[in-house]
Design a binder for this molecule. Structure first.
Ligand code: URA
Length: 209
């Protein structure tokens, strides 16, 4: 997979435009995020290994394609990652789920871990880390560090929007982790927000300020 894949499917792009608008309500934002996450999940799982299984149709026996290997691990980077996770789980209901919680230390500006719980045998699973906004890339890179420390070897990063700064940071820290996103936006502003972006993804999906 390329290091960066922008999913330019018309349905993804249309739904993303609706999500960006200030006037889009919390309920609508959440519904659109769930829908887009399923379309992005389709793209990020495109190259999953397959095998065949002997089955009986009403007409005859056949060797039919099925997913091979261990169940996927979806890892939500709290808290906004949960918005992407919900939709993906509808598409991949048997996936195992992990959570990484990080906050930014106001003095050092470094990400600090406050929660970490991931599925077993991480080294044998495809691990998809999800966070809607790849902004500076600092917390995303730190989350991937933690997943690698826990044994993950095959990791993909799924986000809704990416800033060029965040993509560059991830490429430098984790060149082996492909990024799938719905849009590569223009830049970060001085407060670390993605421009034109959609504001604070967590606040918009949970209705907080
Ligand atoms: N996190 C967000 O929620 N929005 C941004 O624009 C950047 C980081």
């Amino acid at each position: 997979m390329d290091h960066l894949t922008v999913v330019d499917h018309p349905l993804v792009q249309h739904k993303l435009t609706l999500m960006r608008r200030t006037k889009t309500s919390t309920a609508e934002f959440r519904r659109l995020l769930r829908e887009i996450s399923q379309l992005l999940a389709y793209e990020v799982t495109r190259e999953l290994p397959m095998t065949t299984k002997r089955i009986q149709t009403p007409m005859q026996e056949m060797d039919a394609p099925v997913l091979d290997g261990r169940k996927l691990a979806l890892v939500s980077i709290l808290r906004a990652g949960n918005g992407l996770l919900d939709g993906m789980l509808e598409l991949v209901p048997s996936a195992r789920v992990g959570f990484v919680g990080l906050y930014r230390d106001e003095e050092t500006l470094e990400p600090v871990q406050y929660y970490f719980k991931v599925p077993s045998e991480l080294d044998e699973r495809l691990v998809i880390a999800v966070d809607p906004m790849l902004a500076t890339g600092n917390s995303s890179a730190a989350a991937i560090d933690l997943l690698k420390e826990a044994g993950a070897k095959d990791i993909r990063f799924l986000c809704l929007l990416a800033a060029p700064e965040g993509v560059a940071r991830m490429k430098e820290a984790h060149p082996d982790v492909p990024i799938v996103t719905a849009s590569l936006d223009e830049r970060l502003n001085e407060k670390g927000y993605i421009m034109p972006g959609l504001g604070d993804a967590g606040d918009r999906m949970f209705g907080t300020k």
